[in-house]
Design a protein around this ligand. Structure first.
Ligand SMILES: [Zn+2]
Length: 444
C-alpha cells in the first residue's frame, strides 16, 4: 500500500528520560500514608461535621489544603493553593444548605499559563445510605485513593517547570451529585481557562474484582463519544465526516493509553468507549458537559462489597471500603500514569486548534490548522499528522510535516482513514492528536 509507516504499529515517538524519571519518583509509601490519614477522619461525608479537627469533611479538607501548602513550600511556593466553595441546598442529596468545598492547587505554566491540564480525586465518602453522615465511612479506595494519588503527583511534578499549567484538585460533593466538579468547571469557564485535559481519578487502588479476577496490570480509561455540547448542525455534519469515536476525550484517552505502553511497566489500559461505568457517574462529567476533554481513570476490577457499604459482616462476608482493600503499589502505578500524562502534555505545545480536512473525490487528503502562538509555545518544532483505519482503536500511521499550517498527504484517500494532527516540541513532546472539526476540537 502507498502509505508510510505501514508496518509500524506504534508510530515513532521520542523516548523521554524525564518521563521515566517521573514514573520512578512516585511513591507507594506516600500514597499509603495519605490514604490512611484520610481514612482516619472517620467519615468524609459531604454533610458531616466541619468543626472538629479530627473527624469529618472539614478536618479532611483542611488537612488536604495544608498538605498542598507544604508541597508548595518545598518548591518555593510554586503552587497557588485555595478552597473553592459554593453553598448548595434544595437538592435531593443536599436538602439543607451545605458548603461544598474543594481544594485546588495550581502550578502555573512558564510560557502558556492559561492552558490547563487537571488531575482530580474526590474528598467525600459514603456508606449504604447516601444521606448517612455520621457513621464511619472510611472511603479508602472510593476515593481517598484518588486524592492521595493527586497529592503524590503534585509532590513529584512540582519539582519541574512546565510550559502549560497543571492543576491538582481534591473535589467535594461527588457522591451527593457531582457538585465540586460542576463548581470547578463553571468557574474555569468563567475565568477563561483553556482546559485541554481532565484526568479524573476515582477508585485507583482495588485489584481484586467482584468476579474473582485478581490483576494489577490493567487500568480503565472511560471517555465519552460524541460531545455533550454538539449542536444539531454539528451532528448533521458529523454524519457525513465521522467523528463519533474521536471526541477530544477519546483522543485524550488514546494519549494516556500510549503513555502507559511507553512509560509504565506492567500496565496496559483499556480505553472504554463510554462516558463512565454503565449508568454510573464521576467528576469528569461536569467538565464534559461544558465541552472540556476529560476522562475517568480507574482500576479495572471493582469490588462492590467494598463500595458505598456500611461497615459490617453479614453471612461471613465482610463489607466496607477499608484500608486493607487498597493495593498501594497499584495506586502508585495509576498515579504515575497520571503524572507522565500531565507532564507530557504540559511540556508539549498546545494541541492544534481549528483543524480542518478536505479531499473528497480527490486522490489526496489535505489537513490544515491554526499556527500555535509562538510566545506561548516557544518550544514548538512543528506538527505531526496521524491516521488510522476507521475501525482501529489507536493511531497507526504518522508523518512529521514540520512547522507548517497545511499539508497534503499525496495519494492517501480521505474516505479510507480517520486523520488527526498533533503538535510537537523541539524535545519531541507531543500533544494529544486532534481530530478535525467541532467533533474533535480541543479548543483554542
Ligand atoms: Zn463512590
Amino acid at each position: 500500500m502507498a502509505i508510510a509507516n505501514q508496518n509500524n504499529p506504534k508510530t515513532e515517538f521520542t523516548d523521554q528520560a524525564a518521563l521515566h524519571k517521573i514514573q520512578s519518583q512516585i511513591s507507594a509509601n506516600n500514597i499509603e500514608r495519605d490514604i490512611a490519614k484520610l481514612v482516619s477522619f472517620g467519615t468524609r461525608h459531604t454533610l458531616s461535621e466541619t468543626e472538629s479537627d479530627t473527624r469529618g469533611i472539614g478536618a479532611a479538607r483542611r488537612w488536604i489544603k495544608a498538605e498542598l501548602e507544604k508541597i508548595s513550600k518545598a518548591c518555593g511556593n510554586c503552587l497557588e493553593v485555595y478552597f473553592q466553595s459554593e453553598t448548595i441546598s434544595g437538592e435531593r442529596r443536599i436538602p439543607d444548605p451545605v458548603e461544598v468545598v474543594s481544594v485546588i492547587a495550581v502550578q502555573k505554566g512558564t510560557t502558556d499559563p492559561g492552558r490547563y491540564v487537571i488531575m482530580s480525586g474526590d474528598i467525600d465518602s459514603r456508606v449504604s445510605d447516601v444521606m448517612n453522615y455520621t457513621d464511619d465511612s472510611p472511603g479508602a479506595n472510593d476515593n481517598a485513593s484518588g486524592v492521595a494519588g493527586t497529592l503524590e503527583a503534585a509532590r513529584v511534578l512540582s519539582k519541574y517547570k512546565f510550559n502549560g499549567s497543571i492543576v491538582y484538585a481534591a473535589l467535594a460533593g461527588e457522591e451527593q451529585g457531582l457538585f465540586g466538579g460542576r463548581i470547578m468547571a463553571e468557574q474555569a469557564q468563567k475565568d477563561g481557562w483553556r482546559i485541554k485535559a481532565v484526568l479524573n481519578n476515582d477508585m485507583i487502588g482495588n485489584i481484586e474484582g467482584i468476579n474473582g479476577v485478581i490483576n494489577n496490570t490493567t487500568a480503565r480509561i472511560f471517555a465519552e463519544g460524541t460531545r455533550q455540547t454538539e449542536t444539531p448542525e454539528e451532528a448533521r455534519l458529523r454524519r457525513f465526516t465521522g467523528g463519533e469515536v474521536d471526541s477530544p476525550s477519546r483522543n485524550l484517552a488514546r494519549y494516556i493509553d500510549w503513555m502507559a505502553d511507553r512509560y509504565i511497566p506492567n500496565l496496559d489500559t483499556m480505553v472504554i468507549y463510554r462516558l463512565d461505568r454503565f449508568r454510573r457517574g464521576g467528576h469528569h462529567r461536569p467538565f464534559n458537559d461544558l465541552g472540556y476533554p476529560g476522562v475517568r481513570i480507574m482500576e479495572t476490577n471493582e469490588h462492590y462489597d467494598r463500595q458505598h457499604q456500611d461497615l459490617r459482616t453479614e453471612n461471613g462476608i465482610v463489607y466496607g471500603d477499608t484500608l486493607d482493600g487498597v493495593n498501594f503499589e497499584y495506586a502508585a502505578k495509576l498515579t504515575a500514569l497520571n503524572a507522565v500524562s500531565l507532564a507530557g502534555m504540559a511540556w508539549a505545545p498546545t494541541p492544534p486548534a481549528k483543524v480542518e480536512i478536505k479531499g473528497a473525490v480527490q486522490p489526496s487528503t489535505t489537513l490544515s490548522w491554526q499556527a500555535a502562538d509562538k510566545i506561548q509555545n516557544p518550544n514548538l518544532a512543528g506538527y505531526k499528522i496521524y491516521w488510522r483505519y476507521t475501525d482501529a482503536p489507536q493511531w497507526q500511521f504518522s508523518r512529521y510535516v514540520g512547522d507548517v499550517t497545511e499539508f497534503t498527504l499525496k495519494n492517501v484517500v480521505i474516505d479510507n482513514y480517520f486523520f488527526g494532527v498533533a503538535s510537537v516540541s523541539k524535545d519531541g513532546y507531543e500533544s494529544p492528536v486532534v481530530f478535525p472539526g467541532a467533533a474533535g476540537a480541543f479548543g483554542e
